[in-house]
Design a protein around this ligand. Structure first.
Ligand code: FNR
Length: 417
């Protein structure tokens, strides 16, 4: 926070805008129309996206005075690890639309800040590469893994064991995307990101996934001799070694088979609470359920023995007209009553937003689009600065509202207006 003011004194402009509206404008200019449609877009008429922000405005901070705020603490503990601020980088798939090797750059940014990066199951860079990058910046830098529950159990196991092998602190199971939402921006442009293979590196770098594609191709070769087995073998060896590069701009039937396979198996719409019980036996990692919005589901999550939830509407990308996450949090936190960790995301874009979420019972907040906008404008440094700015504003808001520790915030710090 001091740095940015010092820069201002010396008349240096910050690398990325320090307010969300300007950040969004600059990011739009920096991105292709296709990237903008996918990243900035929301479900339906955009009501959930707008609603997330509007609902935050209905909670007012009521500052206190004369309480010695000269020393402040933002540190929190999540799953046995202390992190410098209650902020995480949300999982964002198909990031290569915004910048080549997006996930590696974001990993770099997160490691510099010492904040957890949640690797997307639909990343553009395999998790092993991102983890190595993070370790180069800060050995053991915190990372989590986000899972979309595939229809193929062996693929789920493979992804989980890879997450364990890269020392993830937790697995986040995203439950609100068993099917892709109605997203007019993408539909109107007629090009879903995955069409060119963006966002499938986590799969194409996976031994089990490659096996599945190979099986399918073998069957196809049986039926269609014009696809040679040689081509299949080449495909398999190349995907194993250089998934990211291989997929760019390729239109031959083999990559299409991988994209099609990915679309067919990436998620399981039949998923139910019964499936969840099995997950506990399949990984030693803490389990966090993402996309919980109803207090009864939060209660079931506690009963199911998971370790945390993320109150999320997927950044307004799934159900148009869904409840805002800040209002959902206000209903959920009393039900959970401190028994498991509660995280929140969707429309949490400023330090003041994070403050409100903590006061309503969240342990931490995840940031999605803002760090992607920073990335599009100024690469890894841009992603880092956007999140550092949110934390700097949180620190100021904390002190200026008369508080010294994020752990002490409660509903008394707010009034519903
Ligand atoms: C996402 N999100 C997401 N979530 C997830 O669990 N796995 C994923 O692969 C993705 N992919 C993804 C791509 C893009 C372009 C966006 C914008 C979002 C949702 C993400 O984790 C988070 O819930 C929201 O981004 C939070 O909302 P804000 O901060 O973007 O408003």
């Amino acid at each position: 926070q001091n740095d940015i003011y010092t820069a201002g004194v010396h008349r240096r402009k910050p690398r990325v805008p320090t307010d969300f509206a300007e950040l969004e404008r600059r990011a739009r200019r920096a991105m292709s129309a296709r990237a903008w449609a996918y990243i900035a877009g929301g479900a339906g008429e955009g009501r959930t996206m707008t609603g997330n922000r509007a609902a935050l405005d209905r909670w007012a901070i009521v500052p206190r005075v004369l309480r010695d705020v000269s020393r402040r603490n933002l540190e929190v503990e999540l799953f046995g690890r202390r992190i410098p601020a209650p902020v995480l980088f949300a999982p964002v798939g198909a990031g290569s639309l915004a910048a080549p090797e997006a996930d590696r750059l974001i990993g770099h940014a997160a490691a510099e800040l010492g904040l957890p990066y949640i690797f997307s199951n639909q990343a553009s860079v395999p998790m092993e590469t991102v983890a190595a990058e993070m370790d180069a910046v800060r050995p053991g830098a915190p990372r989590w893994f986000q899972l979309y529950w595939s229809t193929d159990d062996d693929l789920v196991d493979s992804l989980l064991s890879r997450a364990e092998a890269v020392d993830a602190d937790a697995v986040v199971v995203t439950l609100d995307t068993t099917m892709l939402g109605w997203r007019p921006q993408d539909l109107n442009i007629g090009s879903l990101p995955f069409a060119r293979g963006e966002g499938i590196a986590q799969y194409t770098s996976d031994r089990r996934f490659v096996e599945i594609v190979a099986e399918r191709l073998r069957t196809a070769v049986g039926e269609r001799p014009e696809i040679s087995l040689g081509a299949v073998a080449t495909l398999i060896s190349i995907t194993r070694n250089a998934p990211g590069r291989f997929w760019k701009n390729l239109t031959s039937p083999q990559p299409r088979a991988a994209v099609q396979t990915f679309l067919d198996i990436y998620s399981r719409p039949s998923l139910s609470w019964d499936d969840l019980a099995g997950l506990r036996d399949r990984t030693r990692l803490p389990i966090v359920l993402k996309g919980v919005l109803h207090p009864d589901d939060a209660r079931r999550a506690v009963d199911a023995g998971v370790d945390g939830i993320i109150v999320s509407n997927h950044g307004g990308r799934q159900v148009d007209g869904a409840i805002s996450t800040i209002d959902a949090l206000a209903d959920i936190a009393p039900v959970v009553d401190g028994r498991i960790k509660i995280l929140i995301d969707s429309g949490i874009y400023t330090g003041s937003d994070v403050f409100k979420a903590l006061a309503l019972g969240a342990d931490a907040a995840c940031i999605g689009r803002p760090h992607m906008y920073g990335l599009a404008i100024a690469g890894a440094e841009g992603a880092r600065d956007v999140v550092a700015d949110i934390i700097a504003e949180l620190d100021l808001t904390l002190g200026l509202s008369g508080h010294t520790d994020v752990a002490d915030l409660d509903r008394d710090a707010l009034r519903r207006i």
